[in-house]
Write a protein that binds this ligand. Sequence first.
Ligand SMILES: [Zn+2]
Ligand SMILES: [Zn+2]
Ligand SMILES: [Zn+2]
Length: 303
Amino acid sequence: MSSLSLSAEDFQILRWVGEVCGNSEPCILFEFAQDSGEIRAVGNAPQNMSVTELVDRLDILVQRGLVNSIFHKKVLQCVLCGNVFLRPKTACPSCNSEDTMRSAVYIHSCGASIPEQALKNLTSCPKCRDTLDKSSFTVVDYRFLCNSCGNLFPDPATFVECSSCGWVDMVKNADQIVLRRYALTAEGRSLLESADPSKLLVRRLVDSGYNVREKVRVVGLSGTSHLIDVVAVSRDRSETKLYTVMYRVTANDLISSTVRRLDIEKTAVEGVAGRVRWVVAGVQVDESAVRVAQTFGVEVEKI
Ligand SMILES: [Zn+2]
Ligand SMILES: [Zn+2]
Ligand SMILES: [Zn+2]
């Protein structure tokens, strides 16, 4: 079955992409936190993965044809602290002084270019020594003038300064983060559909004679609201199975489902009949989860 080649992490990511983007055009999965400038995943992203890991895994899913992605934007980042709030700075390419100004440049008939600021102090051309007739000049361009070394240049050197740690370097030396937009491909959508553990389980329960309801809400003894993934009542009403469904069942999941179970009065669940059994079901069941299940007396089913 094709879903077997899908790891629990892949499944989580595909489901996340599907939830955030639906069937729409490639959409934004990562954004910058306004306060810290950190990149974070939007929506209900898998909790156990860092942004870097999510991006790496998305790349692999793109290579497998399950997700497609397009360029969104590129962001410069401080190489020391990772901040993305960088201030641009310009400087003289010759002496690195920031004391430069943008200046109109006048061209003399001999070809000399003379900045506006210099013009008012000149009576003759510094190149050909002719007397300057200022009315005959035309502005053809703008240049930058360095007040420190007198250099006249078309393009200043560009730097960035980190607003958080003060790191300064040339723009080209900043780290570059490329953000992409993502969407499920048709193949990704159908694989997600066919690997959905709840759907697989419901199909199987219906085939073996259960009446099934999904996402049944119940209020626990503590007042907490719980969602039971699947409630399955046998057709002869001799038993009810209350399912917690996940793609991959870990030991931790079993422990938290056991705690949750203690908070729920079986009879509080609408429509229960006969003997009530709590079951945790998953497509993959960890070895350690099997041991925990035996210790706590939890029923575990592999879907
Ligand atoms: Zn200079
Ligand atoms: Zn001249
Ligand atoms: Zn920094």
